[in-house]
Design a protein around this ligand. Structure first.
Ligand SMILES: [Fe+2]
Ligand SMILES: [Fe+2]
Length: 334
């Protein structure tokens, strides 16, 4: 996942614990904390073991992790039950994912640390927040896709493997962003996040709507920033944006996969309730994106973008132009 899907908003809470990355487990706590850890020495962190921990209440604009009805998912992807599944299309998608176009793309260099050291004052803080929010959004996708890959293995190994390969992509994206945080002497505690965050339940139909939108929005956000900074290199203040061109192709592939998934579930697209729900999701995701971005306009101005124009461009590309090029998703429009 790339975009902060409805409703995703990481929060900076700093403490001085060394990050503990552990395996994912389904968390269920009512509140969550996103722990940021300063990358200090073990002795420092031991002294300040519990410093900075806070709990915050979820709101509509709070970042979320997602879970779903995996039994229903298994039925949806059972080729015995669902005759609309175009397995040839999924096989082709699987080959594309296996190619792993970005296997060697995410390699850092010394520019990162140097650029981070130059970022000072309010812009530095807003950059940290950008890295943190993006990392959380990517990690949210990793967890969901990883679980879907695991749960669908028996029912539909092809679809399951695609989910697993998408989780590979998202883990790579989240890891790269977390490495970016290390340039600012910070790290997001992803292991803690996995265990402590509240997971929001969406039925499969809504998972499809929301993740499709998230991936396509992510693609358009990344490519728009990349193209803008290529044309205006004076705003290129941190090298991570140079990676967005190839990176966003991962998100585009993920979005295409969800588009194929929805085509295989015509009942989620064609009746009047589906049309209303898909529009509702569209609207709520866009409103949330706009509200979140307006709160962080300093970031967009910092890289030379007008926040409102940027968001409008993304919305038009995701929801208006596809009507022309891709009739299969024609009712994702405002
Ligand atoms: Fe991603
Ligand atoms: Fe993605």
């Amino acid at each position: 996942m790339a975009a902060e899907m409805a409703l995703l908003e990481p929060v900076s809470k700093f403490n001085t614990k060394i990050p503990q990355i552990s395996n994912s487990r389904t968390p269920c706590s009512r509140f969550f904390t996103i722990r940021m850890s300063a990358t200090t020495t073990p002795s420092q962190s031991a002294r300040k073991k519990n410093a900075g921990k806070k709990e915050i209440q979820e709101t509509l604009l709070t970042p979320r992790f997602y879970t779903t009805d995996f039994d229903e998912m298994e039925q949806l992807f059972n080729t015995e039950i669902n005759k609309s599944l175009n397995m040839a299309e999924f096989e082709a998608l699987l080959q594309e994912f296996k190619t792993d176009f970005n296997q060697t793309h995410f390699v850092r260099n010394k520019e990162f640390k140097e650029a981070a050291d130059k970022l000072q004052g309010p812009l530095r803080q807003i950059f940290v927040e950008f890295l943190e929010r993006s990392c959380t959004a990517e990690f949210s996708g990793f967890l969901l896709y990883k679980e879907l890959g695991r749960r669908l293995k028996k029912t539909n190994p092809v679809v399951a493997e695609i989910f697993s390969l998408m989780s590979r992509d998202e883990a790579r994206h989240a890891g790269f962003l977390n490495k970016g945080l290390s340039d600012f002497n910070l790290a997001l505690d992803l292991g803690f996040l996995t265990k402590a965050r509240k997971y929001t339940f969406f039925k499969p139909k809504f998972i499809f709507y929301a993740t499709y939108l998230s991936e396509k929005i992510g693609y358009w956000r990344y490519i728009t920033i990349y193209r803008h900074l290529k044309e205006n290199p004076e705003y290129q203040c941190y090298p991570i944006f140079k990676y967005f061109e190839n990176w966003c192709q991962d998100e585009n592939r993920h979005g295409d996969f969800f588009s194929a998934l929805m085509k295989a579930q015509p009942q989620f697209l064609n009746d009047w309730q589906a049309k209303l729900w898909s529009r509702f999701f569209c609207l709520s995701v866009y409103v949330t994106m706009y509200l979140n971005d307006c709160q962080r306009t300093a970031f967009y101005e910092g890289i030379g973008l007008d926040t409102k124009e940027f968001d409008m461009h993304v919305i038009i590309e995701v929801s208006v132009r596809p009507q022309i090029y891709s009739p299969s998703i024609k009712f994702y429009r405002l």
